[in-house]
Design a protein around this ligand. Sequence first.
Ligand SMILES: N[C@@H](CCC(=O)N[C@@H](CS)C(=O)NCC(=O)O)C(=O)O
Length: 209
Amino acid sequence: MAEPVRIFGPVISTYVRVVEIVAEEAGLAHEVVPTPAQSPNNRHPFGKVPVVEIDGLELYETVSIAHYLDNAHNDGALQPCDPVARAVMDRWIAVANSYLFPLFEHGLVMPWIMHRFARISLDEERIAKSLPGIAKTLDFLDLEIARDGAWTAGDFDLGDVFLYTILLGVRLTPLGGAGIAQCERLSAWMAICDARASIRATRWETELS
Ligand SMILES: N[C@@H](CCC(=O)N[C@@H](CS)C(=O)NCC(=O)O)C(=O)O
């Protein structure tokens, strides 16, 4: 039997979850080896997580890892063959990683996590500063779903995986959850993703409580 994919990173981490979902989609066994980004054991040259061991390789950068898992072990099933659909998917992955993740993570998700789990007082100033940009971005995403239908009209692809996982962190915060609930199409698309087997199989404990 093949060795499980070893994913080095925190058990609750957006990009670790992306890798877990893609591994599930490919039918690969996988395990998270708890490794904080700041740990001396973290082998990412830029101090990020995850780092992944698979097929005797050590991979880092989630886009690269996700493509490798899908290409080498899933016949590329999470990537459309049509060049236009592929370009749209690639654009959404880039948007998710370049703009959405930094905005949501630093402006809302991390302050909330630090407050909730590390019992640090909530950085309300930072959140208040970020909220207008976050609200505007959620509206933009809600409209985009209707405009090109790219997320829901096509098959589930890597774009869905990145977007869903990044938006999940937002939805788990009280303010973010309320914001997403107001976006009808975004909520409906997230609900479709919520029901997907790979996403259900990799749920965090905090999602269940
Ligand atoms: N470009 C990296 C980004 C990964 C990333 O930002 N991971 C977060 C956790 S979800 C992290 O390492 N945070 C810790 C830090 O930035 O110190 C990738 O795609 O793998």
